[in-house]
Design a protein around this ligand. Structure first.
Ligand code: ASP
Ligand code: MG
Length: 412
């Protein structure tokens, strides 16, 4: 007998008939002889609807984060009650729990709280009594009893945290896709659902824009070694198992996935003096305005002056540009140029550690397609390039087939 934490996302509980489907899955797991703790998200786009309602009031100054949490936590409270009712009606005893009722305690950072402690006694009691606990994702309470939420997408984190404290055999994240794919199937038609992937790779993919799992949930699962599985609520398929490299039974491919984002822009300060303190004078004011800087490249100075380029999210481009124009004057740089029609594409794989020549192969494939690489950055298990947005799909397809990610080339 195993214990599974099964989390169902918003699309999986979007209506009463969806909830019936979810209940059937939970009951099937129980009938196979396992214990289940359920975590649910708000129904469909309920959280967005709640955010929109608060926006209708207008800009709140100062922002009312505490009230936001009271508002946003209601979405999950609706789904736990409905799922518990459905399970009970179908003959499976169940009981709903808000975060506070479990006693999931968090810090007091409203709208982005972190879990500090989980009291497992209530849940244990129900599991032992044969009752399925149905827990509201994404919420907790702080030490003073205020309702908190964990940040958008935070139900995944609730599920992993519960699985960690209950020492569950697996944390299963049920969603509307079949699992983690080699790349976005909307762009590369023969993208394939991976059987397994390591936490490290998943973290890279999540931070590079794959939206399957909440990044913090992956960090948590990796830290507490909770085997994590992403699978579809709508299909019977094993999905993707995310585990530690050493726990993985199969030999890792060199590249596991390709991630990309169009949400990028680059800015270049030209004619910058090559003296100490310049990088901080350029990047400092950008970060001070809460704009996140991603890739940074500074060229070698040929004649005591150089160019300094970095990328930001596309939505921050205009603001970053106006800040930089001022900075350029202050540091006596020549001018500022920029491009917001770029994309970032990355190949990710733990196999890169033990295989040389991955970067050169990537660059060769891109050059064969006449795609110009504008910037490059690497980590131990990732190579990212910035290219012109219009070549993104071509690049993704070419690399997907060159690195043998398509189904027919995969060895059993
Ligand atoms: N309902 C919350 C959201 O939409 C949390 C979650 O679904 O994970 O962000
Ligand atoms: Mg989600």
């Amino acid at each position: 007998m195993s214990l599974f934490v099964q989390k169902f996302g918003g699309t999986s509980v979007a209506s009463i008939s969806h909830i019936e489907n979810v209940a059937r899955r939970i009951i099937a797991t129980r009938e196979a002889g396992h214990d289940v703790v359920v975590v649910v998200s708000a129904m469909g786009h309920e959280t967005d609807r709640l955010v929109d309602l608060s926006n209708e009031i207008g800009t709140l100054t100062p922002p009312m984060f505490r009230e936001m949490d009271v508002l946003l936590s209601t979405g999950e409270q609706v789904s736990i009650a409905l799922v518990a009712m459905m399970l009970t009606k179908m003959g499976c005893p169940a009981r709903s729990f808000t975060g506070g009722q479990v006693r999931i305690t968090t810090d007091s950072s409203h709208t982005k709280a972190r879990i500090e402690h989980i009291d497992e006694s209530n849940l244990r009691g129900d599991i032992e009594a044969g009752i399925v606990p149905v827990v509201a994702g994404f919420q907790g309470v702080d030490a003073a009893g205020n309702i908190t939420t964990l940040g958008r997408g935070g139900s995944d984190t609730t599920a992993v945290a519960l699985a960690a404290v209950l020492k569950a055999d697996e944390c299963q994240i049920y969603t509307d896709v079949e699992g983690v794919f080699t790349t976005d199937p909307r762009v590369v038609a023969d993208a394939r659902c991976l059987t397994s992937i390591t936490f490290e790779e998943m973290l890279e993919l999540a931070s590079l824009g794959s939206k399957v799992l909440h990044t913090r949930a992956v960090e948590f699962a990796s830290k507490y070694r909770v085997p994590l599985r992403v699978l579809s609520s709508f299909r019977d398929a094993p999905g993707t198992l995310i585990t530690n490299e050493e726990d993985s039974a199969v030999e890792q491919p060199i590249i596991s996935g390709i991630a990309f984002t169009r949400d990028e822009a680059k800015l270049t300060v030209r004619g910058v003096k090559d003296v100490p303190g310049i990088a901080s004078k350029i990047v400092g004011p950008i970060s001070d305005s809460n704009i996140e800087v991603d890739m940074i490249v500074q060229n070698v100075a040929a004649d005591k002056s150089t160019d300094f380029t970095f990328t930001v999210q596309r939505s921050d481009y205009d603001q970053a540009m106006s800040i930089l124009k001022k900075v350029a004057q202050d540091i006596d740089a020549r001018d500022v140029t920029g491009d917001n029609k770029i994309a970032k594409l990355s190949i990710v794989g733990v196999g890169m550690r033990s295989h040389a020549g991955v970067a050169s192969k990537m660059f060769r494939i891109l050059s064969e397609e006449s795609i110009n690489i504008q910037m490059i950055s690497t980590s131990e298990i990732k190579i990212s390039v910035v290219i012109d947005e219009k070549y993104l799909e071509l690049a993704a397809r070419a690399l997907h087939s060159a690195f043998d990610l398509a189904p027919e080339t995969v060895k059993a």
